[in-house]
Design a protein around this ligand. Structure first.
Ligand SMILES: C[S@@+](CC[C@H](N)C(=O)[O-])C[C@H]1O[C@@H](n2cnc3c(N)ncnc32)[C@H](O)[C@@H]1O
Length: 188
């Protein structure tokens, strides 16, 4: 029953706001668990971008990340209301991912992105990546999945920010199949 209401909320928002939701379905549990498994062990803030109905949020919590360490940034009013009820104990910020370095965190352990990076305008992509790497120290990852064939961050932006990309797992059990990437500034 709970899954049905998650799914109908997601599909309704996908029809109303196709550019910002930009996915046919929420992430599968396998993709959500694979994304959560990329977060380095330890303590410290973990920032999740574009949580939607919270598939990855739940996987992050199940992976042992403390609710008090978890910061979500979501722009969609209906997803925010839903997440507030579903996860009252995490930090939920009703604002754009590009503002992640303005929510009072000095640094983050990882940024986990469920954003449709390829569908976002170039200037917004850049603003989001710049904000992420103001927050992430060298070595700490931005974890992003894509449905596309290669790294979703454009080459010029990779070079400007001094980033390296590593491929993580490919998750076939998702609609459509997804590839995980880890992006980081090399540790000194
Ligand atoms: C493809 S859906 C992913 C939802 C969820 N993470 C999942 O994997 O099922 C993209 C999500 O990003 C959100 N989003 C789009 N642009 C955003 C932005 N600039 N800042 C924060 N969230 C954004 C949408 O509202 C939506 O919840």
């Amino acid at each position: 029953m709970r899954n049905t209401s998650d799914l109908s909320l997601f599909l309704g928002q996908m029809l109303r706001r196709p550019q910002s939701v930009s996915a046919l379905m929420p992430s599968s549990e396998r993709l959500a668990r694979a994304m959560a498994a990329e977060v380095p062990e330890g303590t410290g803030p973990v920032v999740e971008l574009g949580p939607g109905t919270g598939k990855i949020t739940r996987a992050l919590l199940e992976a042992g990340i403390a609710p008090s360490d978890l910061h979500l940034l979501e722009i969609n009013d209906d997803f925010v209301s839903f997440l507030r009820l579903r996860h009252p104990d995490v930090h939920l910020h009703h604002r754009g991912a590009q503002d992640m370095d303005r929510i009072g965190l000095p640094t983050a352990r990882a940024v986990v992105s469920g954003l449709p990076l390829l569908s976002l305008p170039r200037d917004l992509q850049r603003a989001i990546l710049e904000a992420a790497f103001r927050l992430l120290p060298p070595g700490a990852p931005l974890i992003q999945f894509t449905y596309g064939p290669s790294n979703p961050v454009p080459g010029p932006l990779m070079r400007d920010l001094g980033l390296v990309a590593e491929r993580g797992r490919r998750v076939w059990h998702n609609m459509p199949p997804a590839q995980i990437y880890r992006l980081r500034r090399p540790a000194a």
